[in-house]
Design a protein around this ligand. Structure first.
Ligand code: NAD
Length: 359
């Protein structure tokens, strides 16, 4: 029997409510697929500040490092917003990415047919959209040195540096091609090679790596055109691979094609231990009301099986269960439309877990 240990970090706001539902689904998977899952719970974010004074305690680090993957809810909330920047809940996320060396951020944007009305775009444009954005996460302009605000003569100057080493581009390109092999075998590399030298190098290295993946189609697109194409005809994309900053922006644009924040998962991989979390935050405005949508977190747990446990059949099963529950008309408040059956966070978790057991 396969056995995996998952670090479970519920965090703040709706975090504990949605993570609880994902664990229900994991329990159902464990039964159905004969895989043993051990959970180690840890504190993170505001919850950790309240208990220990810091957002990312050593004990949580130890829990993570002795696990095979991390399932995170969300962190942050108004209670901690006035703390100094260095000990704010969100600092835990940076600390964790560094600890995990998670250089590749995978953000799927998939539109469920049942939720087609949630998109602000026309149904014929978004029906069937299924994009995976692979964003470089640990380098580029957010980390390049020199950075800061300096004095230059009689005025100040703000500086950030876009810097990519060949090995950094090579490893993210490899992730993108590998992911594409499990999908429709098409990669679009997004850069600004007409203006930025760092991305001239990016393009060259992506092409070099592509030689090892000739079964995958590759095209290049400038970021301004990519932004336009995502809105104009998103179905032309399968996998998009891009730099940290371009990925930050384009992945949010892709997410909004689907219109439902509560549905979208993410994975941060590259190191030994992968991190899986919904793309949304801790939603303090609805915390504790049992109305949050747990599907983004459930879908994040699903990605864990493909990218950390090499069991893609489990992700497929969870995806099918979610689709079936939606097809039966069940909706949490954020995705509710007339004629559907309104359910709570807990009920949605139960429905998906039961669906898996009965499949
Ligand atoms: P948010 O994503 O938490 O919420 C935005 C809106 O979407 C809110 O109206 C919220 O109710 C709704 N929403 C989000 N997730 C939902 C779900 N699962 N079901 C139903 N509705 C949902 O973003 P925000 O309000 O800008 O940030 C709130 C807090 O979360 C802040 O402290 C922020 O720093 C933090 N945050 C954390 C992460 C993270 O942990 N990775 C990411 C983003 C924001």
């Amino acid at each position: 029997m396969k056995e995996f240990t998952i670090a479970v970090l519920p965090g703040d706001g709706i975090g504990p409510e949605i993570v609880k539902q994902a664990v229900k689904v994991l329990d159902a998977v464990s039964e159905k697929f004969n895989v043993k899952l051990n959970y180690k719970y840890g504190l993170i974010g505001g919850a950790a500040i309240d208990e220990t004074g810091v957002p990312f305690p050593d004990e949580t680090k130890e829990i993570i490092l002795s696990s095979d993957a991390v399932l995170l809810g969300a962190v942050g909330g108004p209670k901690w917003d006035n703390l100094p920047f260095e000990i704010r809940p969100e600092r835990a996320l940076l600390g964790m990415r560094k600890l995990l060396n998670a250089f590749a951020n995978l953000r799927p944007a998939k539109l469920y047919d049942e939720l087609i009305d949630a998109s602000t775009l026309k149904p014929e444009v978004v029906k069937g959209v299924d994009i995976m954005v692979v964003r470089e996460l640990t380098s580029g302009i957010y980390f390049g040195i020199p950075k800061g605000i300096f004095v230059d003569g009689d005025e100040r100057v703000g500086i950030n540096t876009l810097r990519y080493y060949e090995h950094e581009v090579e490893r993210i390109a490899r992730v993108a091609f590998e992911v594409a092999r499990k999908r429709k075998k098409k990669v679009t590399s997004v850069d600004k090679a007409n203006v930025l030298e760092a991305t001239v190098l990016w393009r060259e290295v992506v092409e070099k790596v592509h030689k090892e993946y000739e079964d995958v189609e590759l095209n290049h697109m400038y970021v301004d055109n990519a932004a336009m194409q995502i809105i104009r005809w998103p179905k032309q994309f399968d996998v998009i691979v891009t730099t940290n900053m371009f990925g930050d922006i384009l992945s949010d644009a892709c997410a909004m094609l689907t219109g439902s924040l509560g549905m979208l998962p993410s994975a941060s991989i590259g190191g030994k231990i992968g991190l899986y979390e919904p793309i949304h935050g801790s939603a303090p405005d609805i915390a504790g009301q049992n109305i949050a949508n747990p599907i983004a977190t459930i879908n994040s747990a699903a990605m864990m099986f493909t990218y950390s446990f090499n069991m893609p059949e489990v992700e497929e099963a969870i995806d099918r269960a979610v689709r079936n529950v939606l097809a039966k008309g069940y909706r949490t408040k954020d995705i509710y439309s007339e004629g559907c059956k309104l359910v709570s966070t807990e009920e949605m978790g139960d429905l998906i877990a039961e669906e898996i057991k009965s499949m």
